[in-house]
Design a protein. Sequence first.
Length: 507
Amino acid sequence: MADDTLVRGTRARVYDKMRRREFLQRGLLSLAAIPAFRFETLAAGKELRRPRTPKRVVIIGAGLAGLSACYQLTQAGHDVTILEARTRAGGRVHTLREPFADGLHAEAGAMFIPDSHDLTMHYVRLFRIPLIPIPMQKRSSVLYLNGKRFTSEDERTINRLLTLSPEEKRLGLDGMTDKYLIPVLNEMGDARSTDWPPERLKKYDRISYAEFLRSRGATPDALRLLRLNDADLTGDGVDAVSALMVLRESALNQNAVELYTVRGGTDLLPKALAAHLASKIRYGSPVTKIEQDARQVRVSFLQAGNRETVTADYLISAIPFTILREIEVTPQFSEQKQRAIRELQYTSVVRVYVQSRREFWTDAGLGVSAYTDLPIMAIINSTLNQPGTRGILESYMAGENARRAAAMSEGERLDFTASEMEKVYPGVRKNFEGGASVAWDEDRWARGAYSWFKPGQMTKLLPHIARTEGRIHFAGEHTSSWPGWMQGAFQSGHRAAREINEAEGTS
């Protein structure tokens, strides 16, 4: 799931997907003039109407999408079973507590919660999940470029280092983002709408984000700087991602003011939901086959190595398309759905965690995060809201950098990451005590971190990703307006539950 960082100066930037969204939350204060969107009313407590005839529903996947769909349907009186391949709930919301000392933990998936994500905040309040705000003074970051470290006060030095236009030098990094991006956000409309995008926006899907920036006047070095600091959502370059995807995410996340972490780890949220739904979940139950006809759905799965079958009126697939590709489906989905399942991209992400004997970077005034042109890409203090003198620095690698790191052994990843971090934060080696890593491509039940779109794919695939196929419905961050965010998982779970509840035979 997504998790996103921090803030520079007075401008709040949500970092979801450390990795990818820093740019999306820049300029929050300057976005005040842009009309706010109306958020999901379901988060305010609107429940599904009870049907005259309850339905039997099977859900594949106990991530946040599957859990929230199950919660909504169960509250409405339906008979629900969740089949989960793992032995835990949460999916890509996963907190690592081992092998770290002193009760420290780090997030393998979602890390931050913006206050504008109303569905996520709804479940936080419902299950009394403790949040900790990230104070502004803890949101400082640095850039590391061409072997040099820069703070927000070093823009003159950056200007000398790069070949920027006179206007870009005058505007600075924040000003460039404002100039190239913000005026276009007025065009986005309500990006949560089921018939979004309108025809007038499809031109932005036909070009990459790099092409979009160039069309707005960005120089090559400005692109380089914006990619480093903001806009490389995939790790494969701003020329790989649809401009419309970046614009949608920026528009949807514009209302955030506060940024939170979960006291004790983000996985407390899915754990609370799973505990409430414990009797509904069957763990260690990977699905192998889905069959449907006009009357029912039959799902075959493995339990302790034995093949079992369960029947239901409806099914919700709440697993990534990377895993759905491996499941036999009879009869086959429509050609458009098969193409969406086959072609939707998932980002390669490797996160490497280095435990440090002390948080020396704070004492040295080095900031709590860094965005670099090194292979380790971004560095963040994973324990910025945790007590004690020890800390964990995390490297967030995506795209080709992540795939190279995934080819290394665990020990090689740690050694390589500590050595690269030393260039940005001198003292890492001296304080290094060990660590851990997560490669999402290698996760058997994920095969990637979060979904994204190449140029042209939103127009081609978006109408079919969440579309119902017979008695089979679809949920998960990839089927939502917020790919990669917990908000997106919740949104999709609510939508799928509503679709089933309103199917023929309900009141």
